[in-house]
Design a protein around this ligand. Structure first.
Ligand code: PLP
Length: 415
């Protein structure tokens, strides 16, 4: 067989690691061309919420594809987008009155940043400085990398990344230091504070308290700094509630949603905004309009999948399933926590994480060994350095969860 021309993301092809060929999937199971069933322990990179090939999502996609596949969204509209925008307005905090569509989490963040800068410019008070949390991750485009943690991931592009002001991560015991730094930064006319609420995903599943999130929101409000919540990973029940912000009683000025928006079936993102952010762009002058679009903005097929996801949320006991998975994760984590190689076991809703051995960073040699170890055991787990986390679809069975945790326990012997 000639080698595949595919260039994979976050893959070093020179290491010749096997790349499984997946033919179909159902629930928390992936089936490969060589006849294996692999348990998806990370929801295919945090997107799959209700399970793979969910009948309601698949049906919505098929029906919409046969009716209206794609239409320009600048100056035109369609029923799936209108229904979705109305559904999101009803489901999300009432202050978030406006829905702007795009295609990925990275883009939803870029849109949020452009909205924030437009807001300040059109108010006649231009501000450009963006505040971010240390260890944050917001995507891989140049703008999204600029507001994320710097490291080996973006070293080559660093000269192109714009400057931001980084607030220390408010880990346990360091909350006040972070809040003080945020307050100092807000005083000097920052445009916006961009934050992953309650848990920093790609930064290593780092958890901080709802009280700190609420305090951060309060500080931004006091200084008129826009508060942007990147809930691309945390929304749709991941942290135990529909939005992570809910646990802190926080409503952002701008909200980014993507991954679980379609239940994980097809790409789509939205950036929701409050009326003042929208009205800053509103008027008779064409120069004030929001200058952003992509070819597939609000693609009808993707919107139909998102509508089916919203229907599942409205009609099925999704929060009960999430509470049940959270409890089942907690049981297994507490059993594993006693292992001498395990450090910092932690959990937030359906997400459980721990470190095996001592930290070695993303390029530590333990990471590829762990990856191979789990792959050989037919588990899709993708540690961040030596941080192993479990973030399965909500429908995962007890037997599959046991398989995951047994493998992690055995992986502890690798250190
Ligand atoms: C995954 C992620 C993104 C980027 O989303 P993509 O769809 O991969 O572009 C942005 N922010 C957070 C918090 C994420 O977890």
């Amino acid at each position: 067989m000639s080698p595949s021309p595919v260039w994979h993301p976050f893959t070093q092809h020179g290491l010749q690691e096997p790349i499984p060929l997946v033919t179909h999937a159902e629930g928390a199971s992936l089936f490969t061309a060589d006849g294996r069933r692999v348990v998806d322990a990370i929801s295919s990179w945090w997107v799959t919420t209700h399970g793979h090939a969910h009948p309601r999502l698949s049906r919505a996609i098929a029906e919409q594809a046969a009716r209206l596949d794609q239409i320009i969204f600048a100056g035109w509209t369609h029923e799936p987008a209108e229904t979705l925008a109305a559904g999101l307005r009803a489901l999300m905090p009432p202050e978030l009155t406006r829905v702007f569509f795009s295609d990925s989490g990275s883009t939803s963040v870029e849109v949020a940043l452009k909205m924030a800068l437009g807001y300040w410019l059109h108010r006649g008070e231009p501000r450009h400085r963006i505040l971010v949390l240390d260890h944050g991750y917001h995507g891989d485009t140049i703008g999204a990398m600029s507001v994320g943690a710097r490291g080996v991931f973006n070293h080559a592009y660093e000269p192109l990344l714009f400057d931001v002001e980084t607030i220390p991560f408010p880990g346990s015991g360091r909350e006040q230091e972070a809040l003080d730094a945020l307050e100092r930064a807000c005083r000097t006319r920052a445009a916006a504070f961009l934050v992953e609420p309650l848990i920093l995903g790609a930064g290593g599943m780092l958890i901080y308290s709802p009280q700190t999130l609420a305090e951060m929101r309060r500080i931004c409000l006091a200084y008129g700094v826009l508060f942007i919540a990147d809930e691309v990973m945390t929304a749709w029940g991941r942290t135990g509630t529909l939005l992570a912000c809910e646990q802190a009683g926080v409503v952002p000025d701008i909200l980014c949603l993507s991954k679980g928006l379609t239940g994980g079936a097809i790409p789509l993102a939205v950036t929701m905004a409050t009326e003042p952010v929208y009205l800053a762009h509103y008027g008779q002058e064409r120069s004030r309009m929001f200058f952003h679009s992509s070819s597939y903005t609000a693609n009808p097929i993707a919107c139909a999948a998102a509508n089916a996801n919203l229907a599942i949320w409205r009609e099925e006991p999704v929060l009960d399933r999430i509470a049940d998975l959270s409890r089942r994760q907690a049981e297994r984590m507490s059993a594993l926590a006693a292992h001498p190689a395990v450090t910092n076991p932690r959990q937030l809703g359906t997400i459980a994480a721990l470190e095996i051995g001592r930290p070695g960073g993303y390029l530590s040699d333990l990471a590829p060994r762990l990856l191979a170890f789990f792959r050989e055991r037919d588990l899709l787990l993708r540690p961040l350095g030596n941080t192993v986390y479990v973030m399965p679809p909500y429908c995962i069975s007890d037997a599959d969860l046991d398989r995951i945790y047994q493998a992690i326990e055995h992986a502890c012997e690798l250190v």
